[in-house]
Every structure is written in C-alpha cells, then in structure tokens.
Design a protein around this ligand. Structure first.
Ligand SMILES: [Zn+2]
Length: 602
C-alpha cells in the first residue's frame, strides 16, 4: 500500500491544469475569466458547468456539483481519492514517490487511515451483499418470504436482496477473505462480545442493501423473518439497520435512488415512500420514480438530493399519526428548499406495495397523477377534526381554513383555493375572504405595533434566509480577507449555523484564519464530503470586485446583527403573550423598547 504526502498531492495537482483535464470530457468555451460547457454530471441543454483556470476549480450551477481537479476525476471516472491521484500522476508523467508511513504527520495519517477504512467498509459491504444474496438459495424461510411478497428473481438481483442465516456464516466468510477485525467491526455487520468472541449481528433477517447514488453499498437494513410471537417473546425488533459509519449517516441517503436515477434521465416527479417494499413493488411493476426515506421523516439532506433529481416531490407515508407528522415535516422541508410537494392519497390499500400488487401499475400511476397539493392536504386533515354540519363548528373550521390560506404566498393560487373550498364546503366565497382579511389585518397590526419599519419574517422564509446568509458568509470567508474575517467572527459563531455542512465549513475556514493558513492552503482540501465541496466550490467560483465584496460584507454583518435583534424581539413578544403579572409585563415592555431602539441606532 502506497501513501502520498500532501506535497506529492500538491505536485500532482499543479501538473494537471483543471481546464486541460476537464477538456478531455467536456467541450469548454471561454466566457470572461471562466470556461463553460455542458455538465457531465447532469443532463442539460445549456452549459451551466464552469471551470476557472485561476482558482483551479469547477462548479455546476445546474446540479451544484463542484470541487478541484482531483474530485472531478473521482466523480467522472467513479474512482477513489488514491486512484485519482495515480490517474492524474500518470496523465502528467509523474512518478509517484512512495512515502514511509512513519514519516507522515498525524493529520496525514488520520486522513489516509480514514480513506483506507472507508475503502475497506465498501469492500466488506460488497462482499457481504454477495454473500447474503447467495444465502437465499439455502433458506426455505427466505424463499417463502420472496414468494409471499411476490418478488421475482430479476428484482431480487436488481436490488441485491439477500438473507442472513443464523450460523455466524458472514463472519467466517469475511475472515476467510482476509478482512481485518477492526474493519469488520466498523461496518456494524459483525459484533464483538465482552469475551472477545466475534459474531454476525444480522440473524434470520431478510437483507436490503442500502446503496448511495454511486451504486455503492453503504449499509444494510434487515427485516426479521421470525413470526410475530417469537419476535415478541425474544424481543427481536422487526427492522434493524447498520449503525452509522464513515459512509452511512441516517437521513443522508434515499433507498432506491441509485436505481431510479438510472432508469429515468430526468425525473419530472419522484415519489417518496416509507419502506423497502414500497420501493421494490412499484419498480418491479415498471413505476421506477420511487424512493424511500427509510423510517425517518424527510431530512434536509434528503430534500436536497430530491431537488437534484426531480422537479416535483410527492409524499406517501402511512395514514397513522406518525406518518401524517412525517408528511407535514416533508412538506416543510421541500418548501424551504423551494420545491413544491404533493401528497398521495390512497384508499383500499395500506401502502404502495399493497396497492401495486392489488390494482396494478396503471392505477398506481393514475393515483400519483391525482396527488393533492400541500394546502389541500392540510385542509382535508382539518375537515376530519370538525363536523361542518354544525354551525358553531363550521365557524371554527372556517377560521382555521383562513389561517392556512392566509399563508399561501401567491394571490392567484389563493384565489383558486378560495374558489374550490367555497364550492366543496358550500360556503360563500366572501365569508372565506373576509376571514383571511381579518387574519392578515391582525398580523399587520401586530407587526406595526412592535416595529413600524421591519415586518417579522415568517418562519419558513426565515429558515431559507438563514441558509442564504450562511452561504454568503462562506462566500466572504473564501475571499481570504483578514479584515472581513475579523469583523465576521465578532458577530457570528459557526455554532449558530442551521446546517451541518455550513457549520463544519465555516468552522474550518475560521480555523484557517486563526492559524494563519488561509492564504497558503488549498481551500478545497478542507472538504470532508461531496456536499461540503459542492458548497465551497459554489462560493469560490463567483466572480466579484473588491468593492462588491466590501459592500456585501457590510451588508451581511448588518444582516446578522439585525437578525439577532429580531430573534430577541420575537422571544420577548412570545413571553409577553404569556406574561400575566403586571411587573413581568412591564419589564418585558422595557426590554422590547431597548431592542427596538438598538435596531434603530444602527
Ligand atoms: Zn451539473
């Protein structure tokens, strides 16, 4: 095994101009200081893929993919970091010196070990997947399950389904293949008892490999095939997942996306379901734009993945309370990312798996066509709470309906709903409109009372705004201007960040400034994963003058200060609403007055 020092990596990068390297894959045309072409990572007709010779990075404004020359080769050739270095060295006729491992410094060693461990986890997962797949033949239990769920052999192979027997077979198999104990343990497929005995963690389970978008097995989900009674007696959970590892974090992947992506060039819409079988059944029947969020409600990272591959997201979760909550959360996540979400309404089947088996793919497609908008979904839920044939309940219902509609941003869209619900519910349009106006008026008055200048941002927009703000902070930090950093660090701490990637990037950029490395270090090297590299390259590729940057930095710092004041103001207002004692109210009013005055002073 060869290791390459940071210096060698620098040399390889220096010998491979990014424009030259990319030109072998993409036809580039010069526009100003950058080159543009058609993105090799997503389908497009206009060139939104940019490469800058000056900064030696690439970034696609269409799909968000970006990084340095090494990451480009890793992505385009679908190889690992070390292979990419070797690939580029060969391209530039550089002989790679191998370094004695002991000569490396700690952080280099750590990096290399992580890389190596990542590779081993992938190798073991691949091997385990094959092993589980072959096990199906050996188990009547597994064969019965496949028959019961109506899965055909082609689908079993396509999704790499398998079975874990109760014979410690996987551990023995991996040992015979020469894998190391520490790597086996790192995958979570093998466990170790206190007495040092190694054993298979998945037993009597039907195995679903979880792939990332690059088609690599990053984890497994296992469903027990024990009967309900034994399950309860032995306290065996129905589903078990691999624990988180260097490649797998809960809420980061979407089950089935690797296959959906391959089957559809660009998905107009994508259906998000709950479980493995809700993906597999539709795929088998030919409906291939289906993925699963795997138990948890949609996360922001999953939302971003969805946005990358589809224009519209349709949510389909169980009709129980947890499922309904997951839908509301999913709607919020997609809305904050600027993607419209719809909801699938299903009758006479409990999930997509059952529906497809019962009624076939055509009716399922039709069901998807008939998905309802987020607003309609909320109103339908509301209808379940009230008996609208009762006058007093109908009045309460109308005021809650108005609440939902008053939050619809577009007037045209709102009018359509008013029309629709007045017909559906047999209420005069005017009555609904009057309710909405009452609400908006109330809200406006409240705002005026607190601060005549700035309206209180609504929560969802606030999230999006914070997100944009953090992007701008990263943008400012990559300008390598010490003065800006000092000003920023006085008002903003990375811990305030709402997204993991932003927080981690800002933290690392701050460290570079603090250690005086900001001008010498290749910024792309601080990225620990694709997401970070995509965010950073986006900031780095933007062109701007010194004046622009200065103006922006003043703007941003002011925005941070204002948003802090607003947050404080909102907190006080919330307390005021609850406060009953006169003393307390008076104190809060004074505090509020102070906040407002501070905000005016600036
Ligand atoms: Zn792209």
């Amino acid at each position: 095994m060869a290791f390459y020092s940071e210096q060698v990596i620098e040399d390889v990068k220096a010998a491979n101009d990014i424009v030259d390297v990319v030109s072998a894959y993409v036809t580039l045309k010069r526009k100003g200081s950058a080159y543009f072409g058609l993105c090799p990572f997503h389908k497009e007709k206009t060139g939104s893929f940019a490469v800058t010779p000056e900064k030696q990075i690439y970034h696609c404004f269409g799909c968000g993919e970006g990084g340095n020359v090494i990451k480009f080769i890793m992505k385009v050739e679908n190889i690992g970091f070390k292979e990419a270095i070797e690939f580029l060295a060969e391209r530039a006729n550089i002989t790679l010196p191998t370094v004695n491992y002991n000569d490396l410094n700690m952080s280099q060693k750590e990096l290399i070990e992580r890389e190596e461990s990542r590779k081993q986890i992938l190798e073991i997962n691949k091997e385990a997947g094959r092993f589980f797949y072959k096990n199906i033949e050996k188990s009547q239990m597994a064969k019965d399950y496949i028959a019961k769920r109506h899965i055909d052999a082609k689908t079993v192979a396509k999704f790499g389904l398998g079975f874990a027997l109760d014979d410690n077979g996987l551990y023995k198999h991996l040992l015979s293949k020469g894998f190391k104990e520490k790597d086996m343990l790192a995958t979570g497929l093998v466990g170790k008892s206190e007495s040092g005995y190694l054993y298979d963690k998945f037993k009597n389970r039907f195995m679903f490999p979880i792939f990332d978008v690059l088609n690599r097995v990053v984890a497994f989900g296992g469903r027990t095939l024990l009967d309900e009674k034994t399950m309860k007696e032995q306290k065996v959970p129905k589903y078990v997942n691999s624990p988180e590892n260097l490649l797998y974090t809960k809420g980061r992947h979407l089950y089935g996306l690797n296959i959906a992506r391959k089957s559809n060039e660009k998905m107009k819409r994508i259906l998000v379901v709950e479980g493995y079988m809700d993906v597999i059944s539709p795929h088998q029947a030919g409906v291939t734009n289906v993925v699963a969020s795997l138990g948890t409600a949609l996360t922001e990272q999953q939302g971003r993945l969805l946005r990358k591959y589809a224009e519209e997201v349709i949510l389909s979760y169980d009709s129980d309370a947890a499922g309904q909550k997951a839908i509301m959360r999913g709607i919020e996540v997609m809305q904050s990312l600027g993607v419209s979400a719809k909801v699938l309404q299903m009758e006479n089947a409990k999930d997509p798996d059952e529906y497809v088996l019962k009624f076939g793919p055509e009716r399922f497609e039709k069901l998807i066509d008939n998905s309802i908008s987020a607003v309609e979904y909320k109103v339908r839920n509301l209808l379940k709470e009230y008996d609208v044939s009762d006058i007093s309940q109908k009045i309460k219902f109308l005021s809650r309906l108005a609440e939902i509609l008053s939050k619809v941003d577009s007037n045209i869209e709102r009018d359509i709903y008013v029309d629709k619900f007045s017909r559906d519910l047999n209420v005069g349009k005017e009555a609904i409109i009057a309710e909405i106006e009452k609400l908006t008026l109330k809200r406006d008055n409240k705002i005026k009372m607190i601060d005549p200048v700035k309206p209180i941002a609504n929560i969802k927009k606030e999230d999006k705004a914070t997100h944009d703000l953090e992007n701008m902070i990263i943008y400012l930090l990559v300008q390598k201007d010490l003065k800006i950093y000092i000003k920023l660090s006085e008002v903003y701490s990375p811990d305030e960040s709402v997204s993991d990637s932003h927080r981690s990037l800002i933290k690392k950029l701050y460290d570079l400034y603090e250690n005086g490395d900001i001008n010498t270090k290749d910024l792309m090297l601080i990225c620990e994963n694709d997401e970070e590299s995509n965010i950073l390259s986006e900031s780095m590729i933007k062109e701007s003058t010194k004046e622009d940057v200065e103006r922006l930095s003043n703007d941003i710092i002011r925005k941070i200060e204002v948003s802090k004041l607003e947050k404080k103001r909102n907190e006080i207002v919330k307390k005021l609403e609850k406060a009953t004692a006169d003393e307390e109210q008076k104190a809060l009013w004074e505090e509020l007055q102070n906040v407002i005055e501070t905000s005016r002073r600036d």
